[in-house]
Write a protein that binds this ligand. Structure first.
Ligand code: COA
Length: 260
């Protein structure tokens, strides 16, 4: 599928989704959010896609935030709608995506950019990456899940400080904060992230989808994650992947999971 603001590329089961507005530091305008939604929808249906790596084009930015020029004259109602639609169509969509999504943070990840990286299942950063939620410097607050996901990842106090100062942290500090799992040289970022994706692809995607649902249940109000785990664990026994995984282990061979 052809897009104007993003590029997609399937490399042997790893779908690269690259946000491609480098002149605007890959800022997320409405069209880009819509295209990302479409790309993820396609990826969900496409059996050739096993893992998604999300990154930004150019060397400077992952995503420098929501496109400020688009909402500068919004009313309160339009602001609410912007956040609600964005969360439903992209940020929650990515967080609950049934296949693993890794953000490869290749530069500035600010505002909506950091929120997008945080919606991914985990993050790898290049050592020139800079991350922050600068919304309070614009008289705003994060609207794409940042007030919820940042404390979940780094703890309440650090999240409060980052939001209140509107400052940026570098990749080293993001690693210390558990905001990213790994930091590498910019030129190694994609290769390193692909290696993790390849490791993931050896395992059962059916089981991974169940694990994503169970882990995410911990962060949903009114849902007992332990109960979700028990239910997903039980369901796994009824899958072809479970039969294949256990029989491969018992027969001392590599598993070839049939599940998609
Ligand atoms: N929305 C819209 N346009 C953006 C943008 C955003 N979030 N972030 C960057 N851009 C645009 C700039 O307006 C500029 O466009 P122009 O060349 O047409 O003037 C272009 O991207 C390059 O950015 P520039 O500011 O010139 O680069 P820089 O290296 O001097 O600074 C940043 C980089 C990231 C520090 C700076 O762009 C910035 O602060 N961006 C906004 C970050 C932000 O507040 N995001 C949260 C939004 S809710």
């Amino acid at each position: 599928m052809e897009f104007e603001n993003i590029v997609t590329e399937n490399n042997e089961g790893i779908l690269h989704i690259i946000i491609n507005r480098p002149k605007k530091l890959n800022a997320l305008n409405k069209d880009t959010i819509q295209e990302l939604h479409e790309a993820f929808t396609d990826a969900r249906e496409d059996e050739e896609v096993k893992v998604v790596i999300l990154t930004g084009s150019g060397e400077k930015a992952f995503v420098a935030g929501a496109d400020i020029s688009e909402f500068a004259d919004f009313s309160a109602e339009e602001g609410r709608e912007l956040a609600a639609k964005g969360q439903a169509n992209l940020f929650d969509f990515v967080a609950n995506f049934a296949k693993p999504v890794i953000a490869a943070v290749n530069g500035f990840a600010l505002g909506g950019g950091l929120e997008l990286a945080m919606a991914a299942h985990f993050r790898v950063a290049s050592d020139n990456a800079k991350m922050g939620l600068p919304e309070t410097s614009l008289g705003l607050i994060p609207g794409y899940g940042g007030t919820q996901r940042l404390p979940q990842l780094v703890g309440k106090g650090r999240a409060m400080e980052m939001i209140m100062t509107a400052g940026m942290i570098d990749a080293k500090q993001a690693l210390q904060y558990n905001l990213v799992n790994h930091v590498c040289e910019p030129e190694e970022l994609i290769g390193f992230t692909e290696k993790i994706a390849q490791k993931i692809m050896r395992n059962s995607l059916v089981a991974m989808s169940a694990a994503i649902r169970a882990v995410n249940a911990n962060y949903e109000d009114g849902i007992n994650g332990f109960e979700v785990e028990i239910s997903e664990f039980g369901s796994a026994f009824a899958t072809e992947d479970f039969k294949e995984g256990t029989s491969a282990f018992l027969n001392k061979r590599k598993a070839d999971f049939p599940g998609k």
